[in-house]
Write a protein that binds this ligand. Structure first.
Ligand code: 9MR
Length: 306
């Protein structure tokens, strides 16, 4: 059971810090390991917040999920604004992966190597990496990450990847192809950013099962379930069902290795800042009071003997 961790809150808020330590056995840096955070100026690194989280995890016996090596978002402006040639970009990406994965070698349990590489219709997302390097950038990234830390589990990761749809078809086919080619992709991360107003997906278990049937690990990596405010008891119950159904799917497939919340308290959730009028997306309110979703997950774990 994991959570994304807000590096600032971890330092500034003792209640938050204590809850991260008490409730979870795994942590993901919400932002601290992203390229724009670790290398804001080319060649000038800022490892402080990521180092602190890794040390915190070690002190509390927690695993760390590294997030994320290749993404189209939160790239430093020096990288996106300078006109690098494709060969230079390939070199920069390679160096980035070796530097970051190498720094934390042996300390990261699983890496989200490639994040959000497909569009919802199953076509490849148009990114700086696809444009410059072509679709093989994904295989390259996995090979480099594996060379840099052979023991870390290497994941793809995306949203709208929790049910059967054209995007998950694309991931299913990509993983099959990469595995045939011997590319070290070992897991599929299903983020789990759901929203009550769109309805809860009903092919969650089938989707987890088909990834499982490829012989890879699966994980729910960024679960939160937002809603249009204000909260009421019905929304709260539906949210609780949503958190529970993803967790049950995880417990029901052999290779599902973790269930991570994208923040556990509304106090630091990314949701209100991104979606107007929406919120209450996590299992604890702004005062760290558990919601029905919290108890549903706890009971589900207890029923499963955890
Ligand atoms: O929660 C993160 C937020 O603080 C950042 O501002 C945002 C920038 O894009 O990224 C958020 O985390 C994202 C994660 O890294 C990848 N999947 C979607 C998450 C929510 O946007």
């Amino acid at each position: 059971m994991g959570t994304a961790v807000d590096a600032n809150a971890l330092n500034a808020d003792a209640t938050y810090r204590a809850a991260v330590a008490k409730e979870f056995d795994q942590v993901t840096p919400e932002n601290a390991m992203k390229w724009s955070e670790v290398e804001p100026v080319q060649g000038q690194f800022n490892w402080g917040p990521a180092d602190e989280l890794v040390a915190f995890a070690r002190a509390h016996g927690q695993k760390v999920r590294g997030h994320t090596l290749v993404w189209h978002s939160q790239l430093p402006s020096w990288l996106t604004e300078d006109a690098f040639t494709p060969a230079q970009l390939r070199d920069l990406l390679r160096k980035h992966i070796f530097t970051e994965v190498g720094r934390y070698k042996g300390k990261i349990w699983a890496w989200d190597v490639a994040n959000e590489v497909f569009n919802d219709d199953g076509t490849m997302r148009d990114t700086i990496w696809l444009r410059a390097l072509g679709p093989n950038y994904i295989a390259d990234a996995f090979r480099w990450a594996h060379q840099a830390d052979p023991n870390a589990l290497l994941f793809l990761n995306d949203y709208n990847a929790e049910w059967l749809n054209p995007k998950t078809d694309a991931y299913y086919n990509l993983i099959k192809t990469l595995r045939k080619q011997g590319v070290p992709v070992q897991g599929m991360g299903m983020q789990g950013h759901l929203a009550l107003q769109y309805g809860l997906p009903n092919t969650v278990l089938q989707n987890a099962q088909r990834f499982d049937s490829l012989g890879i690990k699966t994980a729910y990596t960024e679960v939160d379930i937002r809603m249009q405010l204000p909260v009421d008891v019905y929304k709260s119950a539906a949210q609780s069902e949503g958190f529970g159904s993803l967790l049950r799917a995880c417990l029901l497939v052999r290779g599902c290795v973790s269930y991570t919340l994208w923040g556990f308290t509304d106090k630091y959730s990314w949701v209100p800042g991104f979606f107007d009028g929406e919120g209450s997306a996590t299992p604890m309110d702004e005062n760290f009071q558990p919601k029905p979703a919290y108890y549903t997950m706890r009971e589900t774990f207890q029923l499963a003997g955890h």
